[in-house]
Design a protein around this ligand. Sequence first.
Ligand code: ADP
Length: 595
Amino acid sequence: MKKDKSKVTLSDSLKNTVYIYGLIFKTAPWYIIGRMVMGLVTGLKHGAEILLISAALNAIDRGESFESIVKILAAMAIFWFCYYVFFHLYWGQMNAMTRLRFQNRLQKIFFVKSCELDLASYDTPEFYNDFVYSMKRVDTVMVYATDALGDLIRSITGSASVFAVLFTLDPVIAFVVCGAAVIAMIFRRINNHISYKYSKLLNEQYRKEWYIDRFFNTPDFTKEIRLTNVSDNMLKEYDNKIEASRKLNSKWQRTMLIFNTLIFLVNCFSEAFALGYMAKNLYSGIVLVGGFAITVNSMWKLNNMISDITNQLVNVNRQSLFMEKIRTFMNTKANIVSGERIPDAFESLEFKNVTFAYRDEPVLKDVSFKINKGERVAIVGYNGAGKTTLTKLIMRLYDVTEGEILYNGYNIKEYDLDLLRKKIGAVFQDYRIFSATVAENVLADLYIEDKEELVVKSLESSTFGDRLKTLEKGIHTQLTREFYQDGTDLSGGEAQKVAIARVFAHENELIIMDEPSSALDPMAEYELNKSISENAKGKTAIFISHRLSTTRHSDRIFMFEGGVLTESGSHEELMRNNKNYAKMFNIQAENYCVS
Ligand code: ADP
């Protein structure tokens, strides 16, 4: 049965809170300890203040000597001086420094965690948006949570110490104020519960908002935004989101109003009673003016602090929804786990009745084939036939739904994941260039001096050599202008060549190139294919392409249609079969004059 997402249990909320404080403690113990100590000291300060003021007023009421009153005042001055020194040292120095360290460490933990996630995690919008949220807001949410805990400790110790003082002054007032504050607290808790429930319902709207935010803020959509009217759709979605949030909020505000009125009435009653009671005691001489003043002051202080406790509990609780996102993200376990087998030199790769579905509909159906060492295999087919998916399965970015993939006769799941991936070099259609130097982009790693020759050779193999000569700083040229103003932006074709050089820079025994020349003009494509053929000599290679002119010289060609392997053989054999491969080849030959 599907879990009702708006249903919030106290245990959920507690679990989130305990988890988050545990994470903060593990990441930066001194940060949270410091904040708790600060809360404790500030809380106790309230009780001590009342004691000192009460001592001074009582001394005046009792007509004690000037000297003893001055002593009390001096003690008060020293007390405040010490407190403010501590306060400034804490907030100006310790908190500022430990908070920064804490935020940096936390962000890094999140970066590392994100590398462990399965690709499939990114396919679920709900997870993806929560993930984006966690990455973006983790440091502020955690600082907020720490502050809320510090404030809570301050209010609890403050209330306890003021209650103790008030109890000694007048137990009746102490109990009336406390009793009323507890009733108000119950109403606030109900209010909070309702607010949390609505926040959960609002979650879907937040997710929409984050997507729309990404749509307008990241470079991914800039071209489409300028060339089409797609931004109108997004603005319409934004209006829908505002309307849905408004409706939910107004429903929540109405309920809140009822409980806020009840809280107000309870407070009015308790204060009216306490003031009346104290006025009677003053009139009948049971207390003097000093006692009256300090009792009334303590009563207000206690009332404020107890209502602070509820507000802080509400705040911690409200954060619980965001804490839950962070907890879910941190607790997400990868399904793709490493085996232990060490892969030997590549001999064969076999698909045995492989079926794969991203979600419900299979995109690869009962696929079987075997590729042996030294073979050149082309995988061809129309868009959406499942060619790239095949590559993702070989690299274990996803695991098969049914069947198995064997590397040298063993299921790829048995192998150490990192070592297996090192045996296979893949360039994806949607390759990325990083904000790093050309050399680091080729190595996809930190650059070390003795790799210079390898980097240059790999770039020449991917036909980037001529362009490299035009770069003033050669392989040390910074790519993209994300980090440095004088960084170099490459054209699509040039960037593709740098991405291809990555394969040549590594000792991969099986190489997979997914549309390696899609961004190149015909001449550059011809040069690149020639160079790839020369450089991949002796290696096993899988080329994915829908341009059949580039794949016709492969040893074997696999034709995919709708996720099914429909034809396999050499180009000549497939042409003789005269099925869809031949049709596709002839159409392309007519259009592009392929011979
Ligand atoms: P090809 O490389 O042959 O063009 P793909 O392997 O990229 O095809 O895609 C095959 C099918 O799988 C397509 O219908 C595509 O929409 C679907 N697909 C690809 N990636 C995903 C994904 N991450 N989530 C869901 N469906 C996907």
